[in-house]
Design a protein around this ligand. Structure first.
Ligand code: TMP
Length: 231
């Protein structure tokens, strides 16, 4: 049999890594730094975000972050986040993982659990039910939770925003952001196998090293995977 006719070995599935944290925790910067590092290690990687990441979900993002949907209440907002997630998972995340591409996603289901669940008081049963519909058995291989003191995060977010108006959630007060931070710490402590809590109160390079260490500790602690030799 010629090489071309031989069946190809099955493509190893990509890894799914999500980044979470409050406003100004540095997710976008850290995602890009990690993507650069994985690409340099010849691991095909895409970066994406929620809400959004697919054409349909980006439309819903605009609806949500402009505050247009706020008047409908947190339950309806959570349905809209779920609708956006459903499209994003089907159109972007699942196909990429199936092709062996690593997916780095800025926010995912933990954001709904925290913002709509813990803060918006949406029934956790409804949140779990929506997760069953939108993501099924898809679970992040690793969730990096970037933790910064609220004052630091709010100052960074303000600097980044410049003169633009705050979005739907940036405009909330200090106590909202304190509760947000506590909710993320609770998630990190409750699921240490999936989640790595990273102290993000440092310069981007230092935080990137902490993220890298968390990734190695969580994904490559057993030296048996194909990727281990590459990174
Ligand atoms: P960001 O792109 O600046 O992180 O903004 C997204 C905002 O949307 C952020 O304030 C968190 C919020 N959000 C939710 O409330 N629920 C969700 O499920 C997701 C993905 C985001």
């Amino acid at each position: 049999m010629s090489d071309a006719a031989k069946p190809k070995p099955p493509q190893p599935r990509g890894r799914f890594i999500t980044f979470e944290g409050g406003e100004g925790s540095g997710k976008s910067t850290q995602i890009q730094l990690l993507a650069d590092r994985l690409n340099a290690a010849k691991l095909r990687t895409i970066t994406t975000r929620e809400p959004g990441g697919s054409a349909g979900a980006e439309i819903v993002r605009h609806l949500l972050l402009s505050g247009m949907a706020k008047a409908f209440g947190p339950e309806t907002e959570s349905l809209l986040f779920a609708a956006a997630r459903d499209d994003h998972v089907n159109q972007v995340i699942e196909p990429a993982l199936a092709q062996g591409t690593w997916v780095l996603c800025d926010r995912f289901t933990d954001s709904t659990r925290v913002y709509q669940g813990e803060l918006g008081k949406v029934d956790p049963k409804l949140i779990r039910a929506m997760e069953r519909v939108t993501i099924g058995s898809l679970k992040p291989d690793l969730t990096i939770i970037l933790d910064v003191p609220v004052a630091v995060g709010m100052e960074r977010a303000l600097k980044r925003r410049g003169t633009a108006a705050p979005d739907r959630f940036e405009g909330e007060g200090v106590s909202f952001h304190e509760k947000l931070r506590d909710a993320y710490l609770k998630i990190a402590n409750g699921d240490p196998q999936r989640c790595a809590l990273v102290d993000a109160d440092a310069d981007p390079k230092t935080v990137a090293e902490r993220v890298w260490k968390a990734l190695r500790d969580h994904l490559f602690s057993v030296a048996t995977t194909r990727e281990t030799s590459q990174v």
